[in-house]
Design a protein. Structure first.
Ligand code: NAD
Length: 444
């Protein structure tokens, strides 16, 4: 699936028109490939707070070259700023003092991570200053350009070492299409990270269930989890069985052809995982459908089918897997929402309700999980798949350009974000919803 506009603007005529008409000129985003370094360049660490004393050692363990000494004229691939020490609005000027001289010294597709303390754990001036970081980081994401990203990671006190998997993800090209996001780590007493023995195969020995795995985003999720070492059990409707069987054979995985909305589906999935695999470590609820119509013309079956596939089935299947203790300790449950569920969309009252419901479900379940099991969601924006290729040209162009990166994302961008949640190192990452949308201009 290609982005024709991106190809056009790199041609001589395209370059001329971009320059003279002020058209968006998307940067070709760097994406991670097996064997490549996690960060191809040096990361400069700055700031004052709880995290900075151990950051250099932490990054070294993550195979990242980092320094806290800015050499004159040096260029950087990434910047990590510990802002947990900023305790008043006046202290925020430290952000300007650190970042301003560096903004023109970043290489292509640079990464910025600002670390803070969750404001809800603080009071008074410190709370105000920590909340202010959100506006700073989201704006930086919109102006950094050249395929760069900026994120805010709120780390609860005591969870400093539990931030490793998140730092690694946000500094690497795996987070190519994720920007302007705010993540919370270590809430609800989850301060330990979980062991990652091999950074390149963090899911070795784990079993991952992926619904809707035969094509599109689900296929990429299966491929990336397999790359990270997992045995993948793919689920899809019986009509897609032949594609599903072929893909799972290629990935040395297993398959289950069933409709996730069938009354027996949860029971069958639980039985299969328990008897064939001795349980499951990662559950990705990716299967989803759209049945668009304006509300004035919304027939009942369009409403019901979308809610059933996108919202009721993930909740029912998860409930059954938890009740039967089929999800292993330190397990991961991952929902797939959509920015339509955050911003709303014409013709999608059913779809947006289902995808906002996924967020409610994640937030509700997050408080109840024990044994190191987590639940989080991704909310993709415009991802280039067969589904979006069917969208009319003009709508598709607007959808693709209306974000800080002026381009659509790829299924692998969603898959990499899911792999970060799935990592055994992400035990303290719970109840989050991260958008994979190139920082789309729509929605909060
Ligand atoms: P897709 O239509 O290409 O793939 C969805 C898969 O789910 C298909 O293989 C389909 O057969 C399967 N499926 C549908 N109903 C099922 C059922 N009842 N039981 C079992 N399997 C079922 O879609 P996609 O673009 O790859 O989207 C994957 C997920 O990402 C969906 O949840 C979608 O809502 C979400 N999403 C996609 C985009 C995008 O831009 N493509 C944006 C936001 C969210």
């Amino acid at each position: 699936m290609s982005d024709k506009y991106q190809g056009f603007v790199s041609s001589p005529v395209g370059k001329f028109l971009v320059k003279n008409l002020g058209l968006p000129s998307p940067t070709r985003l760097e994406r991670w490939s097996e064997g490549a370094p996690f960060v191809d360049g040096t990361v400069l660490v700055g700031g004052t707070g709880r995290l900075v004393p151990q950051l250099l050692a932490q990054l070294k363990e993550l195979e990242v070259t980092a320094t806290d000494q800015d050499a004159e004229g040096a260029t950087y691939k990434g910047l990590v700023f510990d802002a947990t020490g900023l305790e008043s609005p006046q202290a925020l000027v430290a952000l300007r003092d650190f970042f301003t001289p560096l903004m023109r010294r970043l290489t292509s597709c640079p990464r910025v991570v600002v670390l803070g303390t969750p404001p809800e754990l603080l009071e008074g001036d410190a709370r105000i200053a920590q909340r202010a970081l959100e506006g700073f980081t989201r704006s930086l994401g919109k102006e950094i350009g050249r395929g760069g990203t900026a994120q805010l990671v709120y780390v609860a006190p005591g969870a400093e070492r539990a931030a490793d998997s998140t730092l690694s993800f946000f500094l690497s090209p795996k987070s190519a299409y994720v920007s302007g996001q705010v993540v919370r780590i270590g809430l609800g007493g989850r301060t330990s990270a979980g062991d990652v023995t091999d950074l390149r195969r963090p899911l070795e020995g784990k079993v991952a269930l992926v619904t809707g795995a035969s094509r599109g985003i689900g296929e990429q999720i299966a491929r990336v989890l397999h790359r990270d070492g997992a045995t993948v059990v793919g689920v899809d409707v019986p009509q897609a069985a032949s594609e599903l069987v072929t893909l799972m054979a290629e990935l040395d995985g297993d398959h289950l052809a069933l409709d996730i909305t069938h009354p027996d589906a949860a029971q069958r999935i639980a039985h299969h995982l328990a008897t064939e695999h001795g349980g499951v470590d990662v559950v990705v609820h990716n299967a989803g459908i759209t049945r668009d119509k304006k509300l004035a013309n919304m027939a009942e079956d369009r409403w019901d089918s979308v809610i059933a596939v996108n919202l009721t089935a993930p909740a029912t299947i998860t409930r059954e897997l938890l009740a039967q203790r089929v999800i292993n300790p330190n397990g991961r449950v991952i929902g797939v929402s959509s920015i339509a569920g955050i911003a709303g969309n014409v013709g999608q009252t059913n779809y947006a309700a289902s995808k906002a419901g996924v967020i409610g479900w994640v937030q509700d379940l997050a408080d109840d999980l024990t044994d190191g099991i987590t639940v989080n969601a991704v909310a993709p924006g415009f991802i280039i798949t067969a589904m979006t290729a069917a969208v009319p040209f003009a709508t598709r162009e607007v959808g693709q350009r209306l974000n800080a990166m002026s381009q659509g994302g790829l299924p692998v961008d969603v898959a990499e974000t899911i792999a970060w949640y799935a990592s055994p190192g992400s035990t303290a990452v719970n109840g989050n919803v991260v958008r994979v949308c190139g920082q789309m201009m729509l929605g909060a």
